[in-house]
Design a protein around this ligand. Structure first.
Ligand code: OGA
Ligand code: MN
Length: 288
């Protein structure tokens, strides 16, 4: 199988057409796809897919172990009601269930974040299958944290180099969930981690910022006021339009993003229109 690659934006992202992920993917093809993804800054859109949930999982496994898979690290308990009942590695995004039926308004990920960056081994690839999309709206915005890092002054890079930040599910919970739905166990150690503010990508060697409004609570050894100002600067800097790409979905898109080098934001602007996505989440390495 060969495929066609077109850039989606100068700062990040390519689309791939001509591939059918429902077919078996050999090792060579998988490594071509992976390379293409890394070269594109960590954002791939594979167009026109019709995958069963099993095929989606099978494709995702080519890129490493998945959160929630048998014997692997689970996602936090608080989101367990959003997991696929038969496949715990599938997180069902942008859907709220009420008496077992999808209800209109969504809102998962409506803030800048990197998936599960509050875990000691945060996500590598997240792979989202767009099964039902609104006629209009429901885009996802991605921000290239490598480009953002590289655009900083040498003096700022030097200052950031030794810094570490606290990342905590409590922050996510406060942003996204009403307090009573949060499972208390999720607010302890398993969903808190201190990570470097600047991490090096284990595959490309490139450095990126690794702090996010969604999950980062503060800088280690800095006062709260100092953290707010410095993190605020980094967020404003990183989310400038020049570092961002806004993806407008087509039915059947499979979108694969690298949480090690990108932030993303799910735009919740589609009112009661249905939007249904299934996501797998790859277990990454400890950031360094
Ligand atoms: C996610 C997420 C993106 C979207 O799946 O991790 O943040 O647009 N959602 O639904
Ligand atoms: Mn997300």
């Amino acid at each position: 199988m060969s495929f066609t690659v077109n850039p989606l934006s100068p700062v990040l992202g390519v689309e791939i057409t001509g591939l059918d992920l429902a077919q078996p993917i050999g090792e060579n093809l998988a490594s071509d796809i992976r390379q293409c993804w890394l070269d594109a800054g960590g954002l791939l859109v594979l167009r026109d897919q019709r995958l069963t949930t099993e095929q989606h999982i099978q494709f995702s496994r080519l890129f490493g172990p998945l959160f929630g898979a048998p014997g692997e690290i689970p996602l936090q308990e608080t989101v367990s009601r959003y997991l696929h009942p038969d496949h715990r590695e599938i997180y069902r995004v942008s859907i709220q269930l009420e008496n077992g039926t999808p209800r209109g308004r969504a809102g998962a990920g409506t803030y800048w974040h990197s998936d599960v960056s509050f875990k000691s081994r945060p996500a590598a690839a997240s792979i989202l299958h767009a099964i039902e999309i609104p006629d209009c709206g429901g885009d996802t915005i991605f921000c290239n944290m490598t480009a953002a890092y590289e655009a900083l002054s040498d003096a700022m890079k030097e200052m950031l180099a030794p810094l570490r930040a606290h990342n905590d599910f409590a922050q996510t919970a406060a942003t996204q969930f009403a307090k009573p739905v949060v499972v208390e166990d999720d607010l302890t150690g398993a969903n808190h981690a201190v990570h470097p503010v600047v991490r090096s990508h284990p595959e490309t060697g490139r450095k990126s910022l690794f702090v996010t409004p969604g999950n980062t609570t503060g800088l280690e050894n800095f006062s709260a006021d100092e953290s707010v100002v410095l993190l605020g600067f980094l967020y404003d800097h990183a989310t400038q339009p020049e570092f961002c790409f806004r993806h407008r979905y087509r039915q059947g898109d499979v979108v694969m993003w690298d949480n090690r080098s990108l932030m993303h934001y799910a735009v919740c602007d589609y009112g009661d229109q249905p939007r249904y996505m299934e996501r797998t989440t790859g277990i990454g390495e400890k950031p360094a």
